[in-house]
Design a protein. Structure first.
Length: 413
């Protein structure tokens, strides 16, 4: 049984001025795939609701499932995704060129280092590396492949221990800051580790992409914060830190890479002003945009369901493609279960022969849709890999199969 609590104040500014903007219902944790013998047992489900802080403008969950339950054993493995591995190769090269090439044996620390895919690239470039990763299955894999990794949640106490031997030249954290409940302790730890001149670089999915492309399925219990720049300015200021550059990246449905240092160490890039202007122009500091988003998500649910029901009435057999966490949110929110989708295919061996949480759809290996395989329409739950997947599955499409892309507007391809 998972532990759960509801917090009543904003994660960044502690304000109690919080507005509910979207309710996705009670859902099981999105990565809690089931074994066959668990199907009859009742599943733990928790409210999945999005709130907006009227004071610092952070969009966030306040329904918190304990981090031990979510992250001590983790299904998502970075190296399983080729596009992410390619992204990391370029990422390490860019950071090295910009900040490290003049330094002798710089130390790179990664928070939430997963299986060590990014640190491996820094190691190849001659850097010292240290990963911090709470999932024991992943830190074992990383250590086994020579990527030195501490199996723990990052905290300011851990930072104090590490800094006794060396400061970090660069700390990286990708797709993990949104998972951390105590952002103040995180920043305290960063501040300790970067010393005077180090840099903190992190990537987070961008709130504007979430809103504009209706990526409601990226909202799940693991993701506690949905960042824009405005609230981050507030957070950094508390620690005498400054955002000195922001770059847009295309991964994970639209991401921003943010560069942070102590104040006045680097020249502040024009991009920072541009992002602030963009967010002010879009009125992320007013409730209306969130109300519109919420309404559009509700409409999208019915559009997806209508299309699936029409296909079923026309005797099409339906299946899902990619048993991603976001897929599970979409399935649970739209009530799409094993009576609608016959199965879901996924390339990840540890997901195969398990069942989706809440909706109990069997997950199978991709052999199901080779030339002779069954299934007419594939609901693309891993829409972030649309290009690669449609390319890869040209046989399925050329024999008359279709993909249903669910967001931002359901279409058949
Ligand atoms: P992610 O968005 O969390 O990376 O999840 C995507 C899921 O889709 C992951 O379980 C792997 C799966 N997948 C496939 O099954 N085939 C593919 O070609 C790709 C790119 C992903």
């Amino acid at each position: 049984m998972s532990h759960y609590n509801f917090v009543k104040k904003c994660r960044i500014c502690s304000s109690k001025n919080l507005e509910l903007i979207l309710d996705l219902g009670e859902q099981p944790p999105a990565n809690s795939l089931l074994q066959k013998n668990q199907l009859e047992i009742s599943e733990a489900k928790f409210p999945l609701r999005l709130f907006w802080c009227k004071d610092c403008f952070l969009v966030q969950l306040l329904d918190i499932v304990s981090k031990e339950d979510l992250f001590k054993h983790y299904f998502y493995m970075t190296s399983a995704s080729k596009p992410i591995v390619q992204h990391f190769q370029k990422y390490a090269g860019d950071i090295f060129k910009e900040f490290l090439k003049e330094q002798k044996n710089p130390l790179i620390i990664e928070i939430g280092s997963n299986d060590g895919s990014l640190l491996k690239e820094f190691k190849k470039l001659g850097c010292s590396i240290l990963g911090i990763e709470p999932a024991s299955n992943l830190s074992n894999i990383a250590n086994g492949s020579g990527i030195s990794t501490m199996n723990d949640f990052f905290s300011s106490d851990i930072a104090k221990n590490i800094v006794q031997s060396k400061n970090a030249s660069v700390i990286v954290a990708n797709n993990v800051i949104g998972h951390i409940e105590n952002l103040h302790d995180l920043m305290k730890g960063i501040k300790i580790l970067i010393g005077e001149k180090g840099v903190f670089v992190f990537e987070v999915p961008y709130l504007i992409d979430l809103i504009k492309k209706l990526e409601f399925d990226t909202i799940y219990h693991e993701h506690l914060s949905y960042f824009s720049i405005l609230p981050l300015l507030h957070l950094m200021k508390n620690f005498g830190l400054e955002i000195f550059n922001i770059q847009k990246q295309s991964v994970h449905g639209g991401t921003i890479r943010i560069f942070v240092s102590n104040k006045d160490i680097f020249k502040v890039n024009e991009s920072v002003k541009k992002f602030i202007q963009l967010e002010t122009d879009l009125q992320l500091n007013k409730i209306e945009i969130y109300k519109k988003f919420s309404l559009e998500v509700k409409e999208l649910k019915f559009k997806i369901l209508n299309l699936l029901n029409n296909l079923k009435e026309n005797n099409k057999s339906l299946f899902g493609y990619g048993a991603s966490a976001k897929g599970n949110v979409l399935l649970n929110y739209c009530n799409i279960d094993h009576t609608i989708l016959d199965f879901i295919i996924d390339t990840t061996p540890i997901k195969q022969n398990k069942f989706t949480p809440g909706t109990h759809i069997p997950i199978l290996s991709p052999e199901k849709i080779n030339d002779k395989g069954d299934g007419d329409v594939a609901l693309l739950l891993a829409w972030n890999y649309e290009e690669q997947i449609l390319d890869k599955e040209h046989n399925f499409r050329s024999r008359g199969g279709n993909f249903l892309i669910p967001i931002p507007k359901p279409i058949l391809k």
